[in-house]
Write a protein that binds this ligand. Structure first.
Ligand SMILES: [Cu+2]
Length: 112
């Protein structure tokens, strides 16, 4: 049971690795503290990786108001042309959404 789970995880990682060079469809984390809310209804890049203690800044370049809510914490409204910065003092994996468009707009911050 246990070994088959490990095998599954390994083959999944291989698939993700193979797809890693594919361009915009990739979910490979990008090492950056800047996320754009790009046209239309997108976080770009969607999956990022930072160091503990860094702040991530989301900037709204879309034509609509969006929000950033990290793991069910306070929801930050970001109007067109504005930005919000959120500090990540602790290591972990944080999922975030735009609560106005949660079906299309979500992403992940991995803090090392
Ligand atoms: Cu939105």
């Amino acid at each position: 049971m246990r070994s088959s789970l490990v095998l599954r995880a390994a083959s999944l990682a291989a698939i993700v690795f193979a797809a890693g060079c594919g361009g915009s469809g990739s979910s490979e984390p990008v090492a950056t503290t800047e996320v754009a809310m790009a046209k239309s209804y997108r976080f770009d890049p969607k999956t990022i990786e930072i160091e503990a203690g860094e702040r991530v800044t989301w900037t709204n370049g879309d034509n609509f108001t969006h929000t950033v809510q990290v793991d069910g914490q306070e929801d930050h409204k970001v109007e067109r042309g504005e930005s919000v910065s959120i500090a990540f003092p602790r290591a972990g994996t944080y999922h975030y959404v735009c609560t106005l468009h949660s079906r299309d707009m979500e992403g992940e911050v991995t803090v090392r």
